[in-house]
Design a protein around this ligand. Sequence first.
Ligand code: UN1
Length: 485
Amino acid sequence: MITKGLEVVSQNYIAGEWRSIQGEGQAVFNPSNTLEKIGEMYLSTAEDVLEAVAAAHAGFMIWKKKSGSEKSSYLYKMADALEQESEEVATLASKEMGKPIGEMLGEVMRGVNLLRFYAAEGVRPTGEVIPSTDADVLQYTKRVPLGVVGIITPWNFPVAIPIWKIAPALICGNSVVWKPAEHGVLTATFLMKVFEKANLPKGVLNLVIGKGSVVGQTLLEEAEIHAISFTGSTATGKNVASACAKRNIKYQTEMGGKNAAIVLNDANLEKTVPIILSGAFRSAGQKCTATSRIIVEKGIYPKFIAAVQEAMSAITVQEALNNQAYLGPVASKAQFDTVSEYTQLARKEGEIIAEGPLKTNQKGYYIQPLVVGGVSAKHRLVQEEIFGPVATVLQVDDVEEAIELCNDSLYGLSASIFTNNINKAMQFIDNVEVGMVRVNQETSGVEYQAPFGGMKWSSSHTREQGQAALDFYSQVKTCAIKHQF
Ligand code: UN1
């Protein structure tokens, strides 16, 4: 059982069985109300990881023999089970990491859609026929699985990110060992409980709860795996990449962002401002795609600032299960401390252009959303990923300067421009150094059927979601058959 009273207890799922994790449990508290205990987290050892990997090898031997349509039917069952339990999953996830329930329900549905999208891939073409120079040779390609894939996921999308890695990994014929972030372990345990209903063969999908320094490190350095897909901080992503490169294991890292939204003089402010604030403050800014730099052309700057100030006064900061919450708390004490350092820096070295309400009537990790100006383009607030509800504003002379500032970043995940001038929008699309470019749209919330990923230090230049994900979770075999021999 994963529940003890009303609380959830983290467990491993290995070789088709639930395993209690030995050792001392740690209480998990609700970030919206730190007096409310919601469960207990137990942490695995390196042996648990090796056992899960051994189970995944056995699972792979069975799974790789399944036809595409057989794998497909398992994924459809996973989707149906998740859809049925969507409210329970969303409620637990909101309680565990503080994302408002409305947004979390949307995230769970994104998970359902991702499962169905990849289920359908089971019956789509996986290769091509390439004419040979010899008329009696049939030459073609086929995608084959990698083997056992390690999946390391963050806490900020505790449902959608695991699914957008697990679903393509499975449909390509791999088995999986999944290590979720510590602030998402209860959701991960519950999600696995839901997926158990699909009755995947034993060992095909395994869950190991634990610390990055133990579980993650064992996966990276000791376990016999064939690939790692990681989403998290750039610092950890660098370690993942170098550990995998040393072993020649295929890897994919999705890391930070410092995403800019450009507002040109002709922008429709009534529509633009709500989109920018949504990008900056929903999920309390804890998205790698969050809007964290707002670059405004000088002709519209005063009007834009006035509109932002007005809109910010309507933002609500509430506990995650409150339907009225525009944003909830940040996910954890560690997150609260890091983001608070940036808000203090903003108050000391910047000029506060607008601030949202401060929630004081409850004990939780609430941070007052801030729009900050008065800092140079090289300032830490403009260059470093904050991962909290803080956005900085810069003023520019024209679109050329806006694009230059937008590109003045280590990161290159997503960027938006707000304008109805097609020439300037195209100039932006052609010159901006990011993986996801948007016109009159938020920097976050890329659709699941489209490729997701960044340039520069935002990703390992691979792409997730959509059909692009299949490139990572499979390898191409070129086959040539000589007949009339
Ligand atoms: C989104 O913008 O819809 O970790 C998803 C992250 C990203 C996911 C963003 N990999 O925040």
